[in-house]
Design a protein around this ligand. Structure first.
Ligand SMILES: *[C@@H]1O[C@H](CO)[C@@H](O)[C@H](O)[C@H]1NC(C)=O
Ligand SMILES: *[C@@H]1O[C@H](CO)[C@@H](O)[C@H](O)[C@H]1NC(C)=O
Ligand SMILES: *[C@@H]1O[C@H](CO)[C@@H](O)[C@H](O)[C@H]1NC(C)=O
Ligand SMILES: *[C@@H]1O[C@H](CO)[C@@H](O)[C@H](O)[C@H]1NC(C)=O
Ligand SMILES: *[C@@H]1O[C@H](CO)[C@@H](O)[C@H](O)[C@H]1NC(C)=O
Length: 636
């Protein structure tokens, strides 16, 4: 060895060694054969080509040539390769159907990582390194490859797109389409499907136990593909490819379908914190007896919450159906003898363990603990009291500024549900949450932003909070969500803005931030589902001087008259309220309304509308009469 390079060099050599190690790990990853196969293969191959450089540097005697810039570039590369490893593992192991549904997303991730690696490679000056010419040439070649790969390639697979669509939309999809899908996604055997369902389950857990829309889609796809696979090779049983004629008496129940405690087919499978699945009644009995471990793995349970294993449940149902087995009606062996288990009390030890992870854990542990708290807070009112009393709220508020987007999302969603309890609202605000929630609303994931909006709404019940939330800059960000959110996000943002605008100062903020333009767009887009919200907000803003001016400038009279003529009772009322505010301040608006035939619609409303609508319509009609009177006086 070179014998005693300085401190800097030993650090440099550590980076070099860990890079060599990362490259080795990535090179050793198994082949992947799902929809992302090509991107996966390309990335692994290119990373592998970096290997000679670092192997040679590792063996090099002269370390003094590594400058600070080189070391910094190596460190960047290390970070990029770590992300690459995570992505590759995810692609290789995750749910294939999910990836097929999310393939554009995955492609973007590959793109980002390629860019990161390329950037890091740019920072390395190869000609200053003590390496052979041969290696230098190779590295320049790889670098060029990464550079080319930066330009996104279209990830087009029309057949796959069509097949996915058919499989999702049709109740009984064309068998060839399903067959092509199962080939392409490598979901050919019952075992493949079982593995897929386990992955799907993993996905549900990591997404905080809240199966999104995709979950329904994937379960239904899985069911169709399972039917297809079963008709293709009816005699293959689910036991490791073992052949077994289906006609033979009672089929063998796959081990995975049996409860590890009772060994019977599970009817209501649930998951414990170690990830093991048991029949609900069996594990409940075990827990009620005071055990704190997972019976199968002997690990200590972090908490005693039982999560339904929907995927396994539906797989068992499918298996029963296709094997002509009747689902067990009742769980015999484990049915508790009605000892009156007391569920109303929450598990303090479990919650304390979670808080410990929130406060002292690494990022993964924090994320998992925040996810558990999110589920617990959603479940029932007792949990919400317990969690708050255990002191979770300040910790969750702190995690709102976590750099991990999922942790942030879990924390804000947990706070959302905790805030259902009135006294928790105060604790949350006192912990200084409002500015942090506004930050999540600004830059969190879409789901986090939506839940942040809902939390602000929930906190805004108290008038002093309306002031504080407005002052923290929430309103422009809510308007942004109102424009670009999902349908649910738009609704949450609209509700929050509406309630915040009860406070005058917030009306001015909303108007200044340009809310009128999007409201007008919603009003004109009858199919967009936001007409009710837009009118309600407009009605409340119209009571403010600046609001009246801004609305008037947006030329709303034709659409308002139209709503008064044909809208729902609630919308007619709000439209009349806006019209009233506009007309009292500006006779030109009143004239315009008259020209557009508002009078007849207002007459109808003044008889048949809601009470408030009747009053508003009556007042506008009076204005109209007065205007005519004036004109008559003037013209006579
Ligand atoms: C549950 O606990 C409450 C209060 O701790 C008690 O009054 C009640 O009897 C218990 N219920 C059962 C079924 O044990
Ligand atoms: C509880 O949180 C969920 C999101 O996890 C949300 O959909 C639900 O509306 C919340 N409940 C209330 C009452 O805010
Ligand atoms: C809200 O929490 C307080 C204490 O934290 C508790 O006394 C109260 O019963 C809770 N309210 C509801 C509706 O659960
Ligand atoms: C929001 O406003 C509606 C209508 O004024 C009211 O019924 C509701 O209680 C308000 N909610 C909050 C959170 O302030
Ligand atoms: C009010 O509604 C009734 C029944 O729908 C209708 O007969 C009547 O004409 C309406 N009034 C006006 C002024 O249009």
């Amino acid at each position: 060895m070179g014998g005693g390079g300085g401190e800097k060099n030993s650090k440099a050599m550590m980076v070099v060694a860990s890079l060599a190690e990362s490259i080795k790990e990535i090179s050793g990853l198994p082949e992947c054969n799902n929809v992302c196969k090509r991107m996966y293969g390309n990335l692994v191959r290119r990373v592998k080509l970096l290997s000679p450089l670092f192997e040679e540097l590792k063996d090099s005697d002269d370390e003094s040539l590594l400058t600070d810039e080189q070391v910094a570039a190596f460190e960047c590369l290390k970070v990029a390769l770590d992300s690459a490893k995570t992505l590759l593992n995810y692609v290789n192991q995750g749910s294939k159907l999910y990836q097929a549904l999310q393939r554009n997303d995955t492609r973007d991730k590959f793109q980002q990582i390629t860019e990161k690696i390329e950037e890091a490679l740019c920072g390395i000056s190869y000609n200053k390194l003590e390496i052979s010419e041969e290696v230098q040439e190779q590295i320049e070649l790889v670098h060029a490859q990464f550079k080319r790969a930066k330009t996104p390639t279209e990830f087009a697979d029309l057949q796959l797109d069509l097949d996915m669509e058919v499989a999702q939309k049709e109740k009984d999809p064309d068998p060839p389409a399903l067959k092509r899908l199962s080939e392409k996604l490598h979901l050919r055997t019952i075992n493949d499907l079982k593995k897929e369902s386990a992955e799907l389950h993993e996905l549900v857990i990591t997404s905080g136990g809240e199966p999104g829309d995709y979950f329904e889609t994937i379960t239904s796809l899985l069911r169709k593909m399972k039917d297809c696979v079963l008709t293709e090779n009816p005699e293959v049983d689910s036991n490791e490819g073992e052949k077994m004629p289906i006609k033979h008496r009672s089929p063998v129940i796959p081990d995975d379908f049996r409860c590890p405690i009772s060994l019977e087919l599970m009817k209501d499978p649930v998951i414990v914190s170690t990830g093991q699945t048991y029949e609900r009644s069996c594990i409940q009995k075990w827990l009620d007896a005071g055990h704190k471990t997972c019976p199968k793995t002997q690990q200590t349970l972090l908490h005693t919450a039982l999560t339904p294993n929907y995927v396994l449940k539906s797989l068992i149902a499918l298996w029963c159906e296709s094997n002509g087995v009747e689902l067990p009606k009742k769980q015999g062996s484990c049915r508790a003898k009605k000892s009156g288990s007391n569920h109303s009390d929450c598990d303090r030890t479990a919650i304390n363990a979670l808080l410990d992870k929130l406060a002292n854990g690494d990022m993964e542990q924090q994320r998992a603990a925040a996810g558990e708290l999110r589920l617990l807070a959603k479940r029932n009112a007792d949990n919400r009291v317990c969690i708050a009393e255990a002191g979770a709220i300040p910790l969750l508020v702190e995690l709102l500024s976590s750099s991990d987007p999922r942790t942030q999302e879990h924390a804000v969603t947990a706070l959302l549900n905790l805030s259902i309890n009135e006294s928790n609202k105060g604790t949350i605000v006192n912990a200084g949450a409002i500015p942090d929630i506004v930050d999540v609303l600004k830059s969190g994931s879409m789901e986090a932003r939506e839940n942040a909006a809902a939390t602000l709404f929930s906190l805004s019940v108290l008038d002093e909070n309306k002031v504080a939330i407005g002052a923290a800059g929430a309103i422009p960000v809510l308007i942004k969500l109102l424009c670009e959110g999902t349908p649910r996000g738009k609704k949450d943002a609209a509700t929050a803005i509406f309630n915040l605008s009860i406070y005058q100062g917030n009306k001015a903020r909303a108007i200044k931030a340009g809310i009128i333009a999007p409201l007008m767009r919603f009003l004109k887009d009858a199919g967009g589902g936001m007409v009710d919200e837009a009118l309600a907000i407009m009605a409340i803003l119209a009571s403010h001087h600046e609001g009246r001016i801004a609305i008037g400038q947006a030329e709303p009279i034709p659409i308002l008259v139209e709503v008064i003529r044909t809208g729902s009772p609630r919308n007619r009322e709000n439209a009349a309220a806006v019209l009233w505010s506009l007309c009292t301040g500006d006779l030109m608006q009143l004239k315009l309304a008259k020209e557009l035939g508002a009078e007849e619609a207002l007459h109808e409303l003044s008889e048949n509308g809601t009470d408030r609508a009747k009053r508003k319509a009556g007042s506008i009609l009076e204005l109209l009469q007065r205007m005519e009177g004036d004109q008559n006086v003037q013209s006579s």
